[in-house]
Design a protein around this ligand. Structure first.
Ligand SMILES: [Fe+2]
Ligand SMILES: [Fe+2]
Length: 189
């Protein structure tokens, strides 16, 4: 099977109906694409993996099942092992090695994309003027977006070999063009 963004979107939307989950997939896709471009990697492959990483979450909303029980479904649909393995690697509880740039970028963008999104929801101009400084301030407030694992945000930047500021700036930059799709206010709106 040829790995395309379009096919990944098709698989994702057959299993996922929640707007919040679809927005999460789009946000992680944007972040991962940013790094694919920067590293000169296969953007289509990276985008597909990002879109698929939580594709089974509605079906398997607990860590007893997600994402490990999604893997056989992906294989059945014909997704190559490279995609399945990368999808599986995002889950901390599986303890799989993040031994490719794609796996590292996926892990690094997963929690941070959600957090940046949350920051944008409480700002009058969304993420238009969001600076790393204020993201970091919010990271230190445990009650804000409490579901986001701070340790995974920090570990992600480290895994990419980036300063946290730079990683945050990259993800914010990546999300700006799709702010509208993410339900964030934009300067134009
Ligand atoms: Fe997940
Ligand atoms: Fe995720």
């Amino acid at each position: 099977m040829e790995v395309t963004r379009e096919r990944a979107w098709d698989t994702l939307t057959r299993y996922t109906k929640s707007q919040a989950l679809l927005r999460h997939a789009l946000a992680v896709e944007a972040g991962v694409r940013f790094y694919a471009r920067e590293l000169g990697e296969d953007e289509e492959l990276w985008a597909a993996v990002a879109l698929l990483h939580d594709f089974d979450y509605e079906l398997h909303p607990s860590l007893d099942e997600h994402p490990q029980d999604g893997a056989p479904i992906l294989r059945e649909e014909g997704w190559p092992e490279e995609v399945v393995e990368a999808v599986l690697s995002h889950a901390e509880h599986l303890g799989l090695p993040r031994d490719t740039p794609l796996k590292r970028a996926l892990f690094a963008c997963d929690e941070l994309a959600g957090f940046v999104h949350a920051c944008g929801l409480v700002r009058p101009d969304g993420i238009e003027t969001l600076e790393p400084r204020s993201v970091k301030k919010k990271l230190k407030q445990p009650s804000f977006a409490a579901g986001v694992h701070r340790d995974e945000v920090y570990a992600g930047a480290e895994l990419l070999g980036l300063e946290l500021d730079d990683h945050i700036r990259n993800v914010v930059t990546a999300l700006r063009p799709i702010a509208g799709e993410l339900g964030l206010r934009t300067a134009a709106a």
